[in-house]
Design a binder for this molecule. Sequence first.
Ligand code: ADP
Ligand code: MG
Length: 237
Amino acid sequence: MLEARDLVKTYRMAQQEVQALRGVSFHVNAGEMVAIMGPSGSGKSTLMTLLGCLDTPTGGSLNLDGVDVSSASEVQLSQIRNQKIGFVFQSFNLLSDMTALENVALPLFYARIPKAERLQRASEALKHVGLGERQEHTPIELSGGQQQRVSIARALVSKPALLLADEPTGALDTRTSYEIMRLLQDLNQEGSTLVIITHEPDIARCCKRVVVLRDGKIESDTPNTPWRPDLPEEEET
Ligand code: ADP
Ligand code: MG
């Protein structure tokens, strides 16, 4: 599904070079749920921009769902991005003057899907993440956990080969984080392939495999028996 070989990324600043990735090789099979961990500065965000086809590597190769993306042009990269990858961000990145339904339908607009089908598919995606009753709400009328569900629905609506999440629970309280992880586990059970960048050990524990980056290299790559978080009873008020 995804194969990275000897990925190198060097940023050139005025006088000096920063080697953000120094030869990273790994692969992700369809149906996996992988956490990428590592201390600040270890290269997680850089790796995410490469896996997400937002940037090209300085060296090495990257194959995504049968396409060599390491040498693709800007235009090709944006096509691959739209067709193959769903993004989920810490900060949700929803458009505030659009309803949940319109936010989720937006990627299908860029894919030139006709309007009736866009709304139908967006509505189904929202029901799938448990927000069937909130489709006409704007982001400000939704809780943080609900906004993240909207952004997960938006990531899934174009049926991507890979769902890439960068700190998806970073802005959420513990209980809501666990709800989101349970949702991501359910999506994985249904066949979605997930790569989740996190620095929180209990989020990584929910995944089937944990890759740890350090100083731009893979320090360890370990299978894991996923932990399914319990949802503590909410306190009565
Ligand atoms: P992480 O997400 O794990 O904190 P990053 O990928 O953001 O790590 O950064 C890895 C290294 O690359 C750091 O030393 C960082 O300062 C450097 N770096 C990241 N992005 C850039 C950039 N756009 N220009 C220059 N240096 C960068
Ligand atoms: Mg980062």
